[in-house]
Design a protein around this ligand. Structure first.
Ligand code: ADP
Ligand code: MG
Length: 712
C-alpha cells in the first residue's frame, strides 16, 4: 500500500466533526449544538432532529448503511448494536431514516453487561444517551460503513453502567473547582477548565500462527508457562531500533485508519522488549482521549488480524521480559487555551502555576490509594513493583528545581520576599525547565514532566476513563479546599498573595510525605514508604478495597461522580472480573499441563527409557557404555522426578481451583485467588519451565518464547 494522498487530507474524513457540522447544519442548529458541546446545555429535540438528518445524509454519502450507539460498558472494551437506516414502510416501500430521538437515546437490550447488581435482567433495561462532546464516526466493514455515535450507558434510574459517565461527571467537577479558583485569583474571564490527556500505548505483536497454538496466549492474553530464552532484552538492542518491515506495514495501516477517524497518532517506536512497540497520540480533551484510546486498541486489533499478527495488550504477556503500560499524560487547560501546569514567566503567573501544581500533589497525597485502586487489574499485578514498571506505592516526583521551590516555600516566605527571591529560587527559569530536566526519574509512578503530570502506572489493556475520573475528582477536591482556605483568609483581611503563600506552605508541608525523588525500584524506598505510612497495595483485591473506604466513598459521593450504590456496584464488578480472570488462567494452565505438557513429557520419558533399555541390553563390559548408561539413568530419573512433581502440583492446582467459590464471600475469593492460587500457579510453571528446558524440542507441544519473540 503506497498512498499518494497526504495524511492531512485524510484526517478526520470519517468523523462528523466541527467542520462537517458547520457545512451540513443550518446556522441556528450549528450554534445550538456548539453550545451543547461547549457548555453542556441541553439540546432541543427540534435541533436534534436537524442534527440527526444531517448526520444521516453525511453517513449515507460516505456509504454507511447502519448506525449504532457506541458505548463503554464495564467490561473494559466497547459495545455496539447496529441498526439499519433502512425503514420498511408498507407495501414493500423502503426509505433511509434516522430521527433525533434515535440519535439522542436508545434502549439496547443490553442486559448481559455487568451492573454489579444495580439492575437485574427482568428489571428496567439500560439505556444509552448521546454524548455530543465526542464526534460520531464511521467504522469500515467489508461491504459498507456503520455510523457510530458515542454514548453513555445508564440504568433506567440514571445510574452509571459504563466507564464514560463518571469521567464526564469528574470533568465537570474539576471544571467547577478550577474555574472557581482562577476567578478567586482574579482571572474572572475564565469560564471553563478542561483536562488534556495523551495516553502512550504499549503493545506486543506476535505471529498469529504461533499464538494460535498456545492456549494460554489465545485465551488469557499472557503466557502461563515458558522458559526464558537465552537472549531476552538484556542487549537492549530492540529499544528505538529499526522497525521490522512487517511491523511497519501494520503500523502504517493502523495510522491510516486512525487518521480517517481523526485520531492524532503522532509517535511510533520499538519498545524495550523484543516484539514490543508503542503508539502515542497527541493529547486531547480527556473525554475524547479516552474514546480515542479505545479506538486505537480496537483498530490495532483488527489490523493485526488482517496481517496474520496477534496484538497482545496484556500488561505482562511474557514473564522475565518487560510488560506493557499506558503512560497517562495529564494537564489542565483554561478557556484561554493556557496550560495551568505550564510555569509562567512572572511571579503572579507562577503563583497560579504553583497552586495548580500543589493541588495535584495534594490530590495524590489524599487519594493515592484510590488512584491505586483505579489502575488495578490482574495483569497490572505482574507489573507494578516488578522493577520495570512503577511500584504499587504511589508517590509524586517533581524534580530538583521544583523541589527547591517547595522547600523554600515550606520554610515560610512572605509574598514580597518571594517576589524578591524570585530569581534565587529559580522560578524565573521554570519556563525553560526542559523535559530532560524533569523527566529523568523513570521509576516514579506519578511524575511532573515539564508542563504535565505523567501517571505511569495505568495498565496497558484498560480504558483510561476511571483513572482520569479519580484524578480529576481528587484535584477538584484539593482545589475546593484550597479555595475555601483562601476565601476565608481574604475575609479576614489578609492580602490575597500573602494568603496564597500561607496556603502553599501549609499544603506543601502536609503533603510532603507523598513526594519522592529517589529510585522507586529500590528496597530502601519500600521500607521508607512504610515508615511514611504510604500504602503498599501489592495486589488487585487489596487495592480495590480502597474503592469502598469511607474517605473515598465520600469523595465520590460529594462530587456526584458515583453514588454509594454505584461505587459498590463497581467494587463488586471489579472483584468478579478479577476472580474470573484468575479462574480462567488457572484452568487454562491446568489444561495445558494435563493435556499437553504431561503427555509430551511422559512420552519423552518413555523414549529415553526405551533407548536406555536397548543400550543396557548390550550388556557390554565397555566402561564408557556402562558409565553412559548410569548418566542416562540419572537423566531419566531427574526427568521422572519432575514429571512426578508436575503431576502432584497440578493435582493440587485442580483442588485449589475447586475452592475458589467455596470462600466466605466474593472478597475472600479474590484474596484467595491472589494469595493462594497465583503463587501455586507459579510453582506449576516453574516445573513446566524446567521440563521445557529438558525435553527434546520436537517433543515440546507448543511454540516457545523463542518462536514468539524472535520470529516475525
Ligand atoms: P515521552 O513521555 O515519551 O517523553 P512526550 O513527553 O513528548 O513523550 O509526550 C508523550 C505524551 O504526552 C504524548 O501523548 C503527548 O501528546 C502528551 N502530552 C504532551 N504535552 C501534554 C500536555 N500538556 N498535557 C497532556 N498531555 C501531553
Ligand atoms: Mg512518557
Amino acid at each position: 500500500m503506497k498512498l499518494n494522498i497526504k495524511n492531512s487530507e485524510l484526517f478526520g474524513n470519517h468523523t462528523f466533526n466541527r467542520e462537517v457540522m458547520k457545512e451540513k447544519l443550518p446556522e441556528e442548529a450549528y450554534n445550538s449544538l456548539k453550545k451543547t458541546i461547549e457548555k453542556g446545555e441541553s439540546l432541543d429535540i427540534r435541533i436534534a432532529n436537524v442534527v440527526a438528518h444531517a448526520m444521516k445524509e453525511w453517513a449515507l454519502e460516505k456509504g454507511a448503511t447502519h448506525y449504532c450507539h457506541w458505548f463503554q460498558p464495564m467490561t473494559g472494551t466497547t459495545a455496539e448494536k447496529h441498526d439499519a437506516f433502512l425503514s420498511f414502510i408498507k407495501d414493500g416501500i423502503t426509505i433511509e431514516r434516522f430521527s433525533g430521538e434515535q440519535l439522542i437515546q436508545s434502549e439496547p437490550d443490553a442486559s448481559s453487561f455487568p451492573s454489579g447488581g444495580m439492575r437485574t435482567t427482568f428489571e428496567a433495561r439500560g439505556y444509552t444517551a448521546w454524548d455530543p462532546t465526542s464526534p460520531a464516526f464511521l467504522i469500515e466493514g467489508p461491504h459498507s460503513y456503520t455510523l457510530c455515535i458515542p454514548t453513555i450507558f445508564l440504568t433506567y434510574n440514571g445510574e452509571a453502567l459504563d466507564e464514560k459517565t463518571p469521567l464526564l461527571r469528574s470533568s465537570e467537577a474539576l471544571n467547577k473547582a478550577a474555574v472557581k479558583m482562577l476567578n478567586l485569583l482574579g482571572r474572572e474571564n475564565i469560564y471553563k477548565v478542561i483536562t488534556h490527556v495523551g495516553a502512550e500505548q504499549e503493545y506486543f505483536l506476535v505471529d498469529k500462527n504461533y499464538l494460535d497454538q498456545r492456549l494460554d496466549l489465545l485465551i488469557t492474553g499472557r503466557s502461563l508457562v515458558g522458559a526464558q530464552p537465552p537472549k531476552g532484552q538484556q542487549l537492549e538492542d530492540h529499544y528505538f531500533g529499526s522497525i521490522p518491515s512487517r511491523v511497519l506495514d501494520f503500523m502504517q495501516e493502523v495510522e491510516h485508519e486512525l487518521y480517517l477517524l481523526g485520531i492524532p497518532a503522532k509517535t511510533r517506536h520499538n519498545e524495550v522488549a523484543p516484539h514490543q512497540y508503542e503508539i502515542a497520540p497527541i493529547h486531547e480533551e480527556v473525554n475524547i482521549a479516552a474514546d480515542h484510546n479505545l479506538l486505537i486498541m480496537e483498530t490495532m486489533r483488527n489490523v493485526a488480524l488482517r496481517k496474520n499478527l496477534a496484538l497482545l495488550l496484556h500488561e505482562k504477556p511474557f514473564a522475565g521480559i518487560n510488560g506493557s503500560g499506558k503512560h497517562n499524560n495529564w494537564s489542565m487547560v483554561d478557556s484561554e487555551g493556557k496550560n495551568l501546569l505550564e510555569p509562567g514567566d512572572n511571579p503572579s503567573s507562577n503563583l497560579q502555576f504553583l497552586i495548580f501544581l500543589v493541588a495535584t500533589v495534594k490530590a495524590v497525597y489524599q487519594y493515592g490509594d484510590l488512584l491505586r485502586a483505579a489502575i488495578s487489574n490482574a495483569g497490572n499485578d505482574h507489573r507494578l513493583g516488578a522493577n520495570e514498571a512503577p511500584p504499587a506505592i504511589i508517590s509524586v516526583f517533581l524534580g530538583d528545581q521544583l523541589t527547591r521551590v517547595m522547600d523554600t516555600i515550606e520554610q515560610g516566605i512572605a509574598f514580597d520576599e518571594f517576589e524578591k527571591q524570585f530569581l534565587n529560587v529559580g522560578l524565573s527559569r521554570l519556563p525553560v525547565i526542559s523535559k530532560d530536566n524533569t523527566d529523568r526519574n523513570r521509576t516514579s509512578p506519578f511524575a511532573f514532566t515539564g508542563n504535565k503530570f505523567e501517571f505511569r502506572a495505568v495498565p496497558s489493556s484498560m480504558p483510561i476513563s476511571f483513572p482520569n475520573a479519580v484524578l480529576n475528582t481528587a484535584v477538584a477536591a484539593s482545589l475546593d479546599e484550597m479555595a475555601d482556605f483562601l476565601s476565608q483568609r481574604v475575609k479576614e483581611s489578609i492580602k490575597l498573595n500573602d494568603a496564597i503563600m500561607i496556603m502553599l506552605k501549609k499544603e506543601i508541608t502536609e503533603a510532603k510525605m507523598i513526594r519522592f525523588e529517589g529510585d522507586n525500584y529500590s528496597q530502601d524506598w519500600v521500607n521508607e514508604a512504610e515508615k511514611r505510612g504510604l500504602p503498599n497495595l501489592s495486589h488487585t483485591p487489596m487495592a480495590l478495597k480502597s474503592l469502598i473506604s469511607k474517605k473515598n466513598m465520600n469523595l465520590m459521593n460529594q462530587y456526584k461522580i458515583l453514588s454509594k450504590t454505584e461505587v459498590e456496584a463497581r467494587y463488586s464488578i471489579r472483584l468478579e472480573q478479577y476472580i474470573k480472570q484468575i479462574e480462567i488462567e488457572s484452568k487454562t494452565l491446568l489444561r495445558m499441563v494435563k493435556t499437553q505438557i504431561l503427555p509430551s513429557a511422559i512420552s519423552y520419558q518413555g523414549e529415553i527409557a526405551y533407548s536406555l533399555n536397548q543400550v543396557s541390553a548390550l550388556q557390554s563390559s565397555d566402561d564408557t557404555l556402562v558409565q553412559s548408561c548410569t548418566k542416562q539413568m540419572d537423566y531419566l530419573s531427574s526427568l521422572s522426578i519432575n514429571i512426578k512433581l508436575l503431576i502432584l502440583t497440578s493435582d493440587e492446582l485442580e483442588s485449589k481451583i475447586n475452592h475458589i467459590h467455596t470462600q466466605e464471600n466474593e472478597e475472600r475469593s479474590a484474596f484467595y485467588c491472589a494469595e493462594e492460587l497465583m503463587p501455586h500457579m507459579l510453582k506449576v510453571r516453574d516445573i513446566c519451565d524446567l521440563l521445557e528446558n529438558t525435553l527434546s524440542l520436537d517433543k515440546w507441544p507448543f511454540p516457545t518464547y523463542l518462536d514468539l519473540l524472535f520470529r516475525l
